[in-house]
Design a protein around this ligand. Structure first.
Ligand SMILES: *Cc1c(COP(=O)(O)O)cnc(C)c1O
Length: 423
């Protein structure tokens, strides 16, 4: 083993990892397209795009060149009182791409912080309008919005990964996704009952990600947006996972024809190269912060916000979306995922199969030995990381049909092997 690996492993603390029992992490030395190369020379086909970021695959030459050129000119400068071309160009482009008058962009460096900023915007929006009691946030069961304290409070506390901290988090209001007419009435009642105390509803449009990869339809999303408007509650769309083509449109909100008051982006924003996030507000939200009173301004400003390298990468990623047929590739991936994952329904221990855009999910029943699954996939030449009860695929959009077939075959094989061990 290399020196850096043996020495370093005793000093690193990995995320979401029981360090005593988890499989040893695999040392990566390079990545190209949809493939990750390990230190021992093996190549894994990446089925999850490095936590859903690497939409163009790894080392896209255009992003590479843009970051290099930016590094030579200006890697970073503070963003209070100073601005630069990569950030302003990116803000204008995001405003043009997003629906309606979502047009004011606040940059941060991670998805959780983008959501935190959205919460601050929503609460202060109402305070600036003289409705300081509107401070609570409504979130949906099985939702996920980040790992910081305010965002943990919006993750499903009952069974989620954050239950441990329940006592230290703000108390927010959980609702069920209104998928039936009775549930629609119930959701309407939640907003009607608490409207004077509610600042905003937050939702991952169409697909809930890290809380369990559950899907809802555009009509449900449309109903939620409509209900928020009727009860004078802001709607925050957390498109950190769904944004940039993952569900089949550039943004999931487009499919329902809705314009949320605030929208959060991160993950695929830089094509999986550098950390960057954006919280985008509609004009009326921004306008509520204007006036003579300095205290009406938005009080937030991460040190590395709007990092020029990250903004250059994001601009280059948007160029690539314009030049290459990403959404067509997503449609092709969707059809192949449907065809090749559907047979999993016949495997014992499979509870459900669902597909939306370039997201394929197999939900398991019974006891799930995550470590065993996570150990097995790399042996078959693929990189997948099941969590909770789901084995899921979210490949780079440039994955070839052959590579995707290898990924889905590995899923079928590993689940069949598991079926043979079930009681
Ligand atoms: C990943 C994710 C976040 C948190 O983003 P980080 O960059 O990990 O802080 C928030 N919301 C959704 C929907 C996500 O998928």
């Amino acid at each position: 083993m290399s020196d850096w690996l043996t020495r370093g492993l005793d000093h690193i603390w990995l995320p979401y990892t029981q360090m005593q029992t988890a499989p040893a992490p695999l040392p990566v030395v390079a990545a190209q397209g949809a493939r990750i190369r390990l230190a021992d020379g093996r190549e894994l086909i990446d089925g999850i795009s490095s936590w859903w970021t690497a939409c163009h695959g790894y080392r896209h030459p255009h992003i590479h060149q843009a970051v290099e050129a930016q590094l030579a000119a200006l890697p970073h400068v503070m963003f209070a009182g100073l601005v630069h071309e990569p950030a302003l160009r990116l803000a204008a482009r995001l405003a043009a791409l997003l629906p309606g008058d979502l047009e004011r962009v606040f940059f941060t460096e991670s998805g959780s912080v983008a959501v935190e900023v959205a919460l601050k915007m929503a609460i202060q929006y109402w305070r600036n309008k003289g409705q300081a009691a509107k401070q609570r946030i409504v979130y949906f069961r099985h939702g996920y919005h980040g790992d910081t304290f305010a965002t943990m409070a919006l993750c499903d506390s009952g069974e989620g990964m954050h239950a441990l901290f329940a006592g230290s988090m703000p108390d927010q209001i959980v609702a069920e996704l209104p998928g039936t007419s009775e549930m629609a009435t119930a959701f309407d009642r939640v907003l009607a009952t608490h409207a004077e105390r509610i600042a905003a509803v937050i939702i991952e449009p169409l697909v809930q990600g890290a809380g369990g990869m559950r899907m809802h339809d555009a009509a449900t999303l449309g109903f939620i947006a409509d209900t928020c408007r009727r009860h004078d509650v802001l709607l925050i769309a957390d498109e950190i996972m769904t944004g940039f083509g993952r569900t089949g449109r550039m943004f999931a909100c487009e499919e329902a024809g809705i314009v949320p008051d605030i929208l959060c982006l991160s993950k695929a924003l830089t094509g999986g190269t550098l950390p960057l996030a954006a919280t985008v507000a509609r004009r009326h939200v921004f306008d509520a912060f204007l006036g003579d009173d300095p205290a009406a301004a938005l009080m937030h400003g991460p040190t590395y916000m709007a990092n020029a390298l990250a903004c250059a990468a994001a601009n280059a990623s948007l160029d690539v979306f314009e030049r290459e047929p990403r959404l067509e590739q997503v449609a092709t991936i969707e059809a192949q995922l449907r065809a090749e994952l559907e047979p999993c329904r016949d495997i014992a221990g499979v509870a459900d199969v669902r597909v939306k855009g370039a997201i394929g999910v197999v939900e398991l029943a019974g006891r799930v030995d995550l470590n065993a699954l996570r150990r097995r996939f790399p042996e078959l030449g693929v990189w997948l990381r099941p969590f909770g009860r789901v084995v899921y695929l979210m490949p780079p959009f440039v994955v070839t049909p052959g590579e995707l077939a290898t990924l889905t075959a590995a899923v079928r094989q590993v689940l069949a092997e598991r079926a043979a061990t079930l009681p």
